[in-house]
Ligand binder design. Structure first.
Ligand code: GP9
Ligand code: MN
Length: 736
C-alpha cells in the first residue's frame, strides 16, 4: 500500500523533482565523505555540510517547474540534473589529481597555473564513481520500463515561485550559517575547500564565475596609459641603494621565517617577570641581526597572504579580500623567487604545514616562481602532530630539514609558521609558559603560543648553526600581522601598562608594529634600526643586500637601508604613519606624545597633505597594477616572464634527489657538502611528538612513498640505492 502511494507520488512532477533532489543530495554527501577532504569538525560544521547541497539543487531543478508541457519539463529537469552531476564528477576527478576544486578558468582551459582534465584523467576513475553516475542509468531504466512516467499536468506557477523563493531563502540561510562559523567567508575566500565545505560545490562554482567575470572586466579595461602612470611613480619613488649595504650578502642563501601573528610588542616583553620570547630577544638585542623597531604590517583582509605578497612582490594586497585568492592564479608577478633565480641562479622553496590550497598558495607560488612547495602533504600529519591550522611549528622546522638539505645552494626558502595563530591554542604537553590572566582567553594564550614559537626558532637556529647554514645565509624573521585585534587591545592594555579607558585609535595603530630582523652572514654590525617602514619595503631591501638593483622592477616600497628611503607607511585603509605623525582619517596624532594635533600649523598641514597624496597614490596605483594585471605588459630588461607550467609541486622530494644525483659532484646541496649524509642528527628538538613518533604510522611515509613511486617511474637504480641507503624512505613504502 505504502509503496504504491510512493510510486504514485513519484509519477507526479513534484515527485520526480523530489526524487532528483534527494538523489543529488545523497550522492553529493557521499562524495563529500568519500572523495573530498573538507576538514569538517564538530556538529555544527557537519550540519552545514549536510544541508549545503539542498538550496542550489532546489533552485536549479526548480527552474523546470516553470515549464508547462510535460515532456519538455521532464527533459529540462533531467538535463539540469545531468549537468550538475557532470560538475560533481569532474570535480571528483580533478580533486584526485590536484586536491583542489575546479575554477571556471580551469574548466574553460584559461588557467595558466593548472591544467584541466585531460584524456589521462580517465585513469583516475574508480569503481565507486558509479555512485555519481549510476543513478542516471537507473532513471533511464525507470522510464523505459514505464516505472517512471511523465506527468502531463503542469505545476501551478504560484507553486513554482514558492519553490524558487524557498530555495533562495535556504541559500541565504546557508550563507549565514557559513559566515557565523567563518566570518568573512565570501569576502576573504581563504580556501576553495572552505567554500565547498560551507556552501557546497554549486555555490562555489557560481561564486567563482562571478569573481572571474569581474576580474576579466577589470583586465579588459586595461590601457597602456595605466602602466605609464605607474612607471612614472616608480621612477620617482625609487631609492638607490646604500653603498655600504649593497651586495654585502651576495649569493648567500636566503632563509625567510614568517612569524605567524607575531607583534613587535612581544619583543623584550615580560609577563609576570618572565620574558615571553627569550630567544628572539637575544637575537634582537645582539649585533648579528639588523632589527627594526618601527616596522609595520600593512595587511588587509588577506592577512598572511597579503603579508607574503607584499614581502615578495613589493605591491600591496587588495582593499578587499585576498590578492592571492582573488587574482593570484592568473596574475603576472615579478616575485622574489623568480628574480633571484634569474639573476643569480637561486633555487627556491616554501615550507608550510597547512594544506597547499589555503590562500590559493598552490597556484600563486607557481606565479611567483617557487620551484618547490612542501605543504602538509610532505609532512607526517597524524593528529598528534597537528594544531589548528596544520603541523606544529617545532615539527615543521624539524621535518623540513629532510628536504632543505637537498636544496641546491644558494637557495631562497621560506618557512611559514602557524602555531601562534588565533585562537592561540596548543596542547598541554607543549605549554611551558604561564598564560596571562585577563578575561579574554585568546589574549591570555597568545603568550603561550608565542613562547612555543620562540622555542621552535631556538631549536631551528641551533641546527642552522651546527649545520653551517647560519654563516652562509641571510636569515629574515618577520611578523605578518597582529595577533591581538583592535577590540582585544583593550584587554591587553593593562598588561602593557596602559589603561583601557584611554586606549584609542592611535594606540591601535602603534600595535601594528611587527618584527623585521635580518641576519647577514659574518656581519656583526647590526642592532636596532629606527627607521620607519613596512612590509612593502622588504623586497627592494633584500635585493640590494644581495647586490641586485631593484630599479627596473615595479615596486611600491623602498630599500630600508637607503638614505633616500621613504618613511611614510601606508595602511591598507589609507591611514598612515610617519616618523612624526600617525594619521587616522582626518585626525593627526603626534607620535611622541600620542596627542591629537587639533590646530596643525601650515607646515604640518602641508607635510601631511603631501604624505597623504603619496599614500593614496601608491595604493591606487598598486590596485590598478594588480586588478588590471598590468605586469603582463611590463617585462623588465633581462627578465623572463614566469611560466607557471614550469612548476609542479608533486614529488618534490624525489625531484630534489634526482637533481642532486644528476649534478653528481657539482651538487651544492648541504647533503652533498656533508659527504652524502643527512644533517638531521644536528637537530636537537624537545618536541614531545618526535620522541613518540609511531614508526608504523601510515602518514609518516606519505611523502616518502610518493618520492619512491616517482623514482621508480624514472627507473634510476642509482638514485634508488641512494634513497634506500640513508634517506629513510621506509621499507614498508618502498615495497609498494
Ligand atoms: C594558514 C595560515 C594562516 O595556512 O598561513 O593565515 P591567516 O589566517 O593568518 O591569514
Ligand atoms: Mn597570518
Amino acid at each position: 500500500m505504502r509503496f504504491k502511494k510512493i510510486h504514485q507520488f513519484l509519477n507526479t512532477r513534484w515527485g520526480y523533482f523530489t526524487l532528483l533532489t534527494f538523489l543529488f543530495w545523497l550522492k553529493t554527501i557521499l562524495v563529500y565523505f568519500i572523495d573530498f577532504h573538507l576538514g569538517v569538525k564538530g556538529m555544527y560544521q557537519y550540519f552545514v555540510l549536510l544541508i549545503n547541497p539542498i538550496a542550489t539543487t532546489l533552485l536549479l531543478l526548480g527552474l523546470a517547474l516553470y515549464v508547462k508541457r510535460g515532456v519538455p519539463a521532464y527533459i529540462f529537469m533531467t538535463l539540469i540534473y545531468i549537468a550538475n552531476t557532470a560538475l560533481l564528477m569532474f570535480n571528483v576527478i580533478y580533486y584526485r589529481e590536484f586536491t583542489d576544486f575546479m575554477t571556471i578558468n580551469v574548466m574553460l582551459g584559461y588557467s595558466t597555473v593548472s591544467q584541466g582534465l585531460s584524456s589521462s584523467s580517465i585513469s583516475l576513475l574508480k569503481p565507486q564513481d558509479l555512485i555519481i553516475v549510476g543513478d542516471l542509468i537507473l532513471l533511464a531504466i525507470g522510464f523505459i520500463t514505464k516505472f517512471l512516467k511523465v506527468d502531463p499536468r503542469p505545476v501551478p506557477k504560484k507553486q513554482a515561485v514558492a519553490m524558487t523563493s524557498f530555495s533562495i531563502f535556504m541559500l541565504l540561510f546557508n550563507i549565514v550559517l557559513g559566515e557565523i562559523d567563518r566570518p568573512q567567508l565570501l569576502t576573504r575566500t581563504f580556501d576553495r575547500e572552505y567554500l565547498v565545505k560551507y556552501l557546497g560545490l554549486d555555490t562555489f562554482t557560481v561564486y567563482d564565475a562571478l569573481k572571474t567575470a569581474k576580474n576579466n572586466h577589470a583586465r579588459n579595461s586595461a590601457e597602456s596609459s595605466d602602466l605609464n602612470k605607474i612607471l612614472k611613480f616608480n621612477r620617482k619613488n625609487y631609492a638607490k641603494p646604500n653603498p655600504k649595504m649593497f651586495g654585502i650578502a651576495k649569493k648567500k642563501n636566503v632563509i625567510i621565517i614568517h612569524l605567524e601573528s607575531f607583534q613587535q610588542f612581544l619583543i623584550n616583553f615580560k609577563l609576570n617577570g618572565k620574558e615571553v620570547t627569550p630567544f628572539l630577544n637575544s637575537l634582537y638585542n645582539g649585533k648579528d641581526f639588523y632589527s627594526f623597531d618601527n616596522f609595520f604590517n600593512q595587511v588587509g583582509q588577506g592577512k598572511t597572504s597579503d603579508a607574503e605578497n607584499m614581502m615578495e612582490t613589493s605591491t600591496f594586497g587588495l582593499p578587499q579580500g585576498s590578492l592571492f585568492s582573488a587574482l593570484g592564479s592568473d596574475n603576472t608577478f615579478e616575485g622574489a623567487p623568480a628574480i633571484l633565480n634569474q639573476t643569480q641562479g637561486y633555487s627556491s622553496a616554501v615550507f608550510h604545514g597547512n594544506n597547499g590550497s589555503f590562500w590559493n598558495r598552490d597556484n600563486v607560488y607557481k606565479n611567483l616562481g617557487y620551484q618547490y612547495f612542501f605543504d602538509a602533504s610532505y609532512f607526517n600529519t597524524n593528529s598528534n602532530n597537528l594544531t589548528e591550522y596544520g603541523m606544529k611549528d617545532k615539527l615543521m622546522f624539524h621535518d623540513s630539514v629532510k628536504y632543505l638539505e637537498h636544496m641546491q645552494q644558494p637557495f631562497y626558502v621560506k618557512f611559514i609558521t602557524l602555531s601562534n595563530h588565533f585562537p592561540f591554542v596548543i596542547d598541554q604537553k607543549n605549554q611551558s609558559f604561564e598564560p596571562a590572566n585577563t578575561d579574554d582567553s585568546s589574549v591570555n594564550n597568545y603568550f603561550v603560543t608565542a613562547h612555543y614559537l620562540d622555542q621552535a626558532l631556538q631549536q631551528f637556529f641551533d641546527y642552522l648553526k651546527k649545520s653551517g647554514l647560519y654563516n652562509n645565509s641571510v636569515i629574515v624573521l618577520y611578523g605578518d600581522h597582529y595577533g591581538i585585534s583592535d577590540t582585544r587591545n583593550l584587554k591587553l592594555a593593562p598588561l602593557l601598562g596602559k589603561s583601557a579607558s584611554t586606549w584609542n585609535s592611535f594606540d591601535d595603530a602603534q600595535m601594528q608594529r611587527v618584527p623585521l630582523m635580518i641576519h647577514i652572514p659574518n656581519d656583526h654590525n647590526g642592532g636596532v634600526q629606527h627607521q620607519y617602514g613596512g612590509e612593502i619595503d622588504f623586497l627592494p631591501t633584500l635585493l640590494h643586500l644581495l647586490g641586485i638593483n631593484s630599479e627596473k622592477y615595479i615596486q611600491f616600497g623602498t630599500d630600508l637601508f637607503s638614505p633616500e628611503h621613504n618613511q611614510v607607511v601606508a595602511f591598507r585603509n589609507d591611514n598612515f604613519v610617519t616618523p612624526k605623525y600617525t594619521v587616522i582619517g582626518n585626525t593627526i596624532y603626534e607620535n611622541q606624545t600620542g596627542q591629537i594635533i587639533t590646530h596643525p600649523s601650515k607646515e604640518v598641514k602641508a607635510e601631511i597633505a603631501k604624505d597623504r597624496k603619496h599614500v593614496t597614490e601608491e595604493l591606487a596605483l598598486s590596485d590598478s597594477l594588480n586588478n588590471k594585471n598590468l605586469l603582463r605588459y611590463y617585462v623588465p630588461k633581462g627578465f623572463k616572464p614566469v611560466d607557471p607550467k614550469d612548476f609542479d609541486y608533486h614529488n618534490g622530494y624525489a625531484k630534489l634527489l634526482e637533481q642532486e644525483q644528476k649534478l653528481g659532484n657539482r651538487s651544492d646541496s648541504l647533503w652533498s657538502e656533508n659527504h652524502d649524509k643527512t644533517t638531521i642528527d644536528k637537530y636537537n628538538s624537545d618536541a614531545p611528538e618526535l620522541q613518540t613518533t609511531d614508526k608504523n604510522d601510515k602518514n609518516v611515509s606519505s611523502a616518502d612513498s610518493a618520492a619512491d613511486k616517482y623514482l621508480q617511474s624514472l627507473s634510476k637504480g642509482s638514485i634508488m640505492s641512494k634513497v634506500d641507503a640513508g634517506e629513510g624512505i621506509s621499507s614498508s613504502s618502498s615495497s609498494k
